[in-house]
Design a protein around this ligand. Structure first.
Ligand code: CP
Ligand code: NVA
Length: 305
């Protein structure tokens, strides 16, 4: 039986705008159930901490008429050595959809490969697709369009940077990524994004100068300097990334009506100042709320395909 997964934001392909529109509709119709979800059960395996992703997914499946089961690997046999592939076979015999937040991208791929039901990547070391549906939904609300914009991301070339490059290329917007030397996004992801960008007549630029990236941008985005699992690099990264702080000086180079975005959690005083995070241009809490509506869109899209 054919089933669709959401491992990379690229998996949505040309359906990306349709999924954003679905999220916008589901936001307007907040408490309505969906026939395709009523009575369905979603497993939620979380190897890492989460506030937004866990709460949005669990609330989404409940409001749509289904049920979510939160699965902490340390309470599962997976935590005692049962393989990801055996876990996938077992869980997909009982569940209708599985979400997985993992340290290793390979484990998300293995879960998807061995599962007969759709798998959603709820963040791994390479990508964070659910966040980008919420982000472009927020951009659609604030800018009334998702294409023809300039998206600037300042910070670590991490999972967020990878998904942002790909999603922006899919949306038809130019993207500039400014990271310190040695912390640029992986070549493999830059290539994926550039291939899509070329088809859509937009650009993906990687640079080291944050001012150049932010210049005339419509969106200024940042993420934590130290991602989950990188705690040992904290001291070194906090020093290296200092010049990449999103502060009033830096955003003065953006367009006057720019919006500030952050997937959250934010480390205020490090990657972003309070002045920017709490400014009139900041949309961080609308963006966070949209995680709920976009989680619903992802679930509905996968169960109805
Ligand atoms: N943005 C995001 O994924 O947040 P959580 O880690 O709280 O889920
Ligand atoms: N890059 C961050 C994103 C958190 C939502 C991390 O992986 O920890």
């Amino acid at each position: 039986m054919f089933k669709k997964d959401l491992i990379s934001i690229a998996d949505l392909g040309t359906d990306f705008p349709e999924v954003i529109n679905l999220a916008l509709r589901l936001k307007r119709d907040r408490y309505s159930r969906r026939d395709s979800v009523v009575g369905r059960t979603m497993g939620m395996i979380f190897e890492k901490s989460s506030t937004r992703t866990r709460v949005s997914l669990e609330t989404a499946i409940f409001q749509l008429g289904g049920h979510g089961i939160f699965l902490n690997p340390s309470d599962m046999q997976m935590g005692r050595g049962e393989t990801v592939s055996d876990t996938a076979h077992v869980l997909s015999g009982m569940l209708d959809i599985i979400t997985y937040r993992a340290f290793k991208h390979e484990n998300v791929l293995s879960l998807a490969k061995n599962s007969s039901v759709p798998v959603i990547n709820a963040l791994d070391d390479k990508e964070h697709p659910l966040q980008l549906i919420a982000d472009y939904m927020t951009i659609a609300e604030k800018k009334n369009r998702i294409s023809g914009l300039k998206f600037a991301y300042v910070g670590d070339g991490n999972n967020m940077a990878n998904s942002i490059m790909i999603a922006s290329a899919m949306a038809g917007s130019d993207v500039s990524i400014a990271s310190p030397k040695g912390f640029e996004p992986a070549k493999e992801y830059v290539e994926i994004a550039r291939k899509i960008a070329k088809e859509n007549g937009v650009t993906v630029e990687i640079m080291n100068d944050p001012v150049e990236a932010v210049k005339d941008s419509d969106i200024v985005y940042t993420d934590v300097w130290v991602s989950m699992g990188e705690e040992k690099q904290r001291e070194e990264k906090e020093k290296t990334f200092r010049p990449y702080q999103v502060n009033s000086d830096l955003v003065s180079h953006a367009r006057k009506d720019y919006i500030f975005m952050h997937c959250l959690p934010a480390h205020r005083g490090l990657e972003v100042t309070d002045e920017v995070a709490d400014s009139i241009n900041s949309v961080i809490f609308q963006e966070a709320e949209n995680r709920l509506h976009s989680a619903k869109a992802a679930i509905v899209y996968l169960l109805e395909h």
